[in-house]
Design a protein around this ligand. Sequence first.
Ligand SMILES: Cc1ncc(COP(=O)(O)O)c(C=O)c1O
Length: 464
Amino acid sequence: MVETWAISGVDLHVDLSGTRVREALERSLRDAVQTGRLTPGTLLPPSRALAGDLGIARNTVAEAYGQLVGEGWLTARQGSGTRVATQPALPAPAGPVTAVPAPAIRYDLRAGYPDLTSFPRGEWLAACRSALNTMPADALGYDQPHGRAELRTALATYLARARGVRANADAIVVCAGFTHALWLLGRALRHRGARAIGVEAYGHQRHRDVLTDTGLRVVALPVDADGATPAGLDNLDAVLLTPAHQFPTGAVLSARRRIEFAAWAAKSGGVVIEDDYDGEFRYDRRALGAMQALAPNDVVYAGTASKTLAPGLRLAWLVVPTRLMSAVVGSQAAVDSRTAVLDQLTLAEFIDSGRYDRHIRRSRLAYRHRRDRLVATLARRVPGGTVRGLPAGLQVLLDLPAGRHETDVVAHAAARELAVEGLATYAADGTEHTPALVIGYGTPPPHAYTTALARLSATLTEAP
Ligand SMILES: Cc1ncc(COP(=O)(O)O)c(C=O)c1O
């Protein structure tokens, strides 16, 4: 994130990229004082104002100021605000160079994150306050393993309306993120005698690892332009699919394949896990409804707040067919790792009050705009590359121009402080593919996006 703000007539660039925002702010301010961009005596904006400008928490700014006051770069006096110290601390003497540090990452185009700076803090706070004011005292006791009834009821209504899921509150289990949900499901399936699960040949290694950890054998299903291939199903007990938007290739599971997977499950007693991680974000048309509606007795629907709100909330949900319910709830009760009740009640209120829909509509517009800019930039600047996948979600797949190699491009990007991943990061062992990048466009905050795109195109157009 690079933000420009004015202090007493001086424009200052503040780079907050990376995950440690407070440290990044401290570094930026320290650099600015050291290099003279902020001169002694300059009045800094109040922490509340700067936090608002940068889209970060006020405490983060206050803590950064406090740290720099402690180090001698800034001074703070009651009534006269925070200023650059008149005799700032001297830069640390250069010591012997022992190792070349890896280049810092300032622009993150990896897949997986939404724009965390647009988390609706005020609305979440309002929903939290309302939940706190109205919840019964016993809500603060031990929760049942399924999760709070208020949230399950809100989700059942929302999922039926927005994603076409056939759900009622009793079929829903609240989980601490999809990855946790997957572990619960893997364990439940294993306890019921399942041995092998098919996963799409491209996906998260951590999801494959979680399933392996539950004792299941993980088998890769080839993926093509119609999504996962229903091949070798006779040897499987379950499959994990991303029907709305294959992660990360971007294909939609064709109607024919949906029917084939559903028919296999009905005939064999197999289970389909539908990972609807970004089903809300389709930009060219109304999203296709969830596959679960086709076979509610055989498909476990899984949704998450990790893309629509923030992964740090650790909030996800399963809609579980009756035949699997006691095994899933048993897994949940066994490990007792749940999302805090207050967060569950806040999300329930957030959904019921219409804030969730509003936030999704706003986010959809913003991400659509980002995707359009990315695709237009690539078309203009990287003529040999091809963007694959639906206009949906938070990532695109770019087939690299002839002669370019994934690892080289990723390394060149890193030298420009840009993080991006090759398709190999997501390929299951033994999966062959032509060189491609998975480009996530959700993460950079709005003011850093232009620079992120410029660095990406520069990386892709430089000589191999
Ligand atoms: C394919 C896929 N499924 C699910 C998730 C959500 O995972 P979680 O809810 O554990 O954050 C993600 C997020 O990165 C994802 O990419």
